[in-house]
Write a protein that binds this ligand. Structure first.
Ligand code: AGP
Length: 609
């Protein structure tokens, strides 16, 4: 996903823009660039590779201005080259733009501009057409030119533009790609995401779809699609200033694993009233609404989908409503039974995953009530939902999701408890018992993290294994899929998750002395069955790392290693069981010298289909 940063103030835009781009590095990129209006012209510098390559090209004090726009590019149309990097210019070099998204009709626009106006394109990108369109319509009014340009475009875009003749202004526009405006004192920002501006501002405007923003150093004006000024509420960011920093950790992923006790507590406690009733005040699910729901769909991708696997079982158990779960890329092509009695729950850390957003839109069109569980404030999925349940995980920078997953689980439990207690399908005793179990989780997660050296040693011992199975039953089965994905995506080891009871139907044929099996046995009522599954795979020579609750020592007789988690209710065990798997994956990848925070081929948010 590309990153946009724009600054308008009284001094060195270059420094603020570069700092902001560095805080968007987690979105993945392969080139970067910056444009500044200097002496009546737009000057642009771009570089392939890391932002430091761009910094080397803009060190001269002559290359600076009080206004500017910058960009980190994740190549979609056109190779990662300097020519294809943003910002892009019109031919006269009087307008520059940066863009996140995809212009679907860029080919026809290119042909029209080339044929009708003889415009010669420099890059292979879709984005370049935006600069030429704005340049074509520009008559001294950048806002007017931007509005005319976007009227010609179809697709998804967050755009920021500057003009040489209006060197005190940035005009930006949003459609289906994230955009926020940072509110300063004597300066203002436009950016793709909050971390880019957090060092300088706490107050932001969340820009909605089809809105245009005009920023000068003293003012931010938002217009709706009809050109009317919008009176937008200020969103005060309550993250700590260093929330998006690595602090003194070697990797963002390790920092975010360690942040889990705090963000689990924050996500839980922010939803509880003094009397321990659950406060979903920005979720308007009344008793009548809940009684009207006869089916629930949970739709997501990757780790968010794995949180849904746990959510399905928990919500069915607590609310007695059938829950269908599907990966978004499959859901969209099924003939699903969705109507106004359906609750559609979209889970997404970034809130920008296109597969999930497309599935949400499909369900919404068919009358479903849309509840999204999202981490990124003001993201597209959040904006297009009827209700949003924010995971208060803070910015998750590492591509491998950890704290977002565990806070998504907390949201699943709260939704289940809220619906169950509202419907009367759970009694007060069970509700209070579950809340007690949830409140005890932060301390128990801390205890699991204290076991890190033991898990690190296991990772060092087994990091060379190239065939790893994760198995479990019930809730452990969903956690197995998450453990397997963590290992796969950061250590590139071939790993596989399967419901333990399914092994005998074919997959056990793969077991041999080279196989490593991580066997989750946290569910009391399934413990005995899991122990027999472990015996089955051990009999075929596999090495076993067992994972069980403290005191369940039977597993030691049939496992080569055992990781224990603190005693807890079966329902909340996934929150504890996943943490050793996160730590194991981290240290295996470290041992293998992999790029832990930015694994090959992966982006933090997949905004393409
Ligand atoms: C998980 O570690 C991966 N980064 C990936 O599977 C991710 O969970 C998936 O792309 C969904 O992203 P989202 O939660 O932002 O929608």
């Amino acid at each position: 996903m590309c990153g946009i940063v724009g600054y308008v103030g009284t001094d060195h835009a270059k420094e603020k823009i570069i700092d902001g781009l560095k805080r968007l590095e987690y979105r993945g990129y392969d080139s970067a660039g910056i444009a500044l209006p200097i002496n009546g012209k737009i000057q642009v510098q771009k570089a392939v590779g890391e932002i430091k390559n761009l910094e080397a090209k803009i060190a001269s004090p002559d290359f600076d201005a009080p206004v500017g726009i910058g960009h980190t590019r994740w190549a979609t149309h056109g190779k990662p080259t300097e020519i294809n990097a943003h910002p892009h210019l019109n031919e006269e070099e009087t307008v520059a733009i940066v863009h996140n998204g995809i212009i679907e009709n860029y080919q026809e626009i290119r042909e029209w501009l080339a044929t009708e106006y003889g415009i010669k394109f420099k890059s292979e990108t879709d984005s370049e057409v935006i600069a030429h369109l704005i340049g074509l319509f520009y008559n001294g009014d950048l806002l007017d030119a931007v509005n005319k340009a976007v009227a010609e475009m179809r697709g998804a875009y967050a755009i920021a533009a500057i003009a040489a003749d209006e060197p005190d202004k940035i005009v930006a526009v949003r459609k289906d790609a994230p955009l926020i405006a940072g509110i300063g004192d004597g300066f203002n920002f436009i950016a793709s995401d909050i971390p880019a501006v957090l060092k300088y501002v706490r107050d932001v405007y969340l820009i909605e779809n089809n809105e245009t923003v005009v920023l000068t150093k003293d003012e931010i004006v938002i217009y709706d699609e009809n050109g009317n000024k919008v009176d937008r509420e200020v969103y005060v960011v309550n993250w700590k200033a260093d929330a998006a920093d690595k602090a003194d950790y070697d990797h963002y992923m390790l920092k975010e694993i360690h942040e889990q006790p705090a963000v689990i507590s924050e996500t839980l406690m922010s939803r509880l009233n003094p009397d321990d009733s659950i406060r979903l005040d920005d979720i308007s699910l009344t008793k009548e609404d809940i009684d009207n729901i006869n089916k629930i769909y949970i739709v997501a991708c990757g780790t968010a989908y794995h949180a849904g696997l746990v959510g399905k079982m928990v919500i069915e158990k607590m609310a007695h409503i059938p829950v269908e779960i599907d990966v978004a890329s499959e859901f969209r092509y099924r003939d699903t039974f969705i109507d106004d009695k359906t609750l559609f729950i979209a889970i997404s850390q970034s809130g920008e995953t296109l597969d999930t957003l497309a599935a949400l839109r499909d369900a919404k069109d068919r009358g479903a009530r849309i509840l999204s569980v999202v981490n990124a404030v003001g993201s597209s999925i959040a904006r297009e939902s009827h209700d949003v349940f924010y995971t208060l995980a803070g910015p998750e920078v590492a591509v491998a999701s950890t704290k977002a997953y565990t806070t998504q689980l907390i949201c699943m439990y709260l939704i289940g408890l809220y619906m169950g207690s509202t419907k009367g399908t759970i009694d007060k005793e069970y509700y209070n018992y579950m809340l007690g179990e949830l409140k005890a989780l932060p301390a128990k997660v801390n205890k699991v993290i204290e076991n890190e050296p033991v898990i690190k040693e296991l990772a060092e011992r087994y990091h060379y294994r190239d065939n790893v199975f994760f198995i479990g039953r019930g809730l452990d089965s969903g956690v197995s899929y998450e453990g397997s994905l963590k290992l796969k995506e950061i250590s590139y080891i071939h790993s596989f998750a399967i419901a333990a009871g399914e092994l005998k139907h074919g997959t056990i044929a793969l077991m041999d002395s080279d196989t490593l099996v991580v066997a989750l046995a946290t569910q009391d009522k399934l413990y005995e069955k899991m122990v027999s599954n472990i015996v089955e795979v051990q009999a075929r020579g596999a090495r076993i790392i067992g994972l069980a609750k403290e005191g369940k020592t039977e597993i030691e007789k049939t496992s080569d290693e055992v990781i224990y988690i603190p005693q807890c209710a079966d329902e909340v065990a996934p929150v504890l069981a996943v943490v050793p798997l996160q730590i194991f994956a981290y240290y295996v990848a470290l041992e293998k010298g992999c790029n832990i925070d930015k694994p090959k081929n992966l982006a933090k948010s997949v905004t393409v289909e």
